[in-house]
Write a protein that binds this ligand. Sequence first.
Ligand SMILES: [Zn+2]
Ligand SMILES: [Zn+2]
Ligand SMILES: [Zn+2]
Length: 107
Amino acid sequence: MVDLLAHVSQCCSPHCQYPNCLKVNWLFQHGTECKTGHFGVCVLCKKMWYLLQLHAPSCKETECHIPRCRDLKEHSRRLQQDTDARHRAAVEEILRKRAADIAGNSG
Ligand SMILES: [Zn+2]
Ligand SMILES: [Zn+2]
Ligand SMILES: [Zn+2]
């Protein structure tokens, strides 16, 4: 399945030899056009997001053809950055307190 997604992400042929490629492409296409608007309600969209979540973490394509793939990668990168920033802030806070303690004790 992941191999298929890797293929789909690079494949731009409308007449691809893999029937599954067309199927998955159609599914992703549906995801961009679906008008139900409620995440989790549409079975096809659910399937699309499931495939997307399988694909995005392992996707190395900067020019990936899969819609939303870049969105998802960008999203998870931002989450990671947030976590990093929060972690750094927490560490800095501890260091600052410790520095203040030391300064206070010596004073
Ligand atoms: Zn293909
Ligand atoms: Zn849908
Ligand atoms: Zn991708």
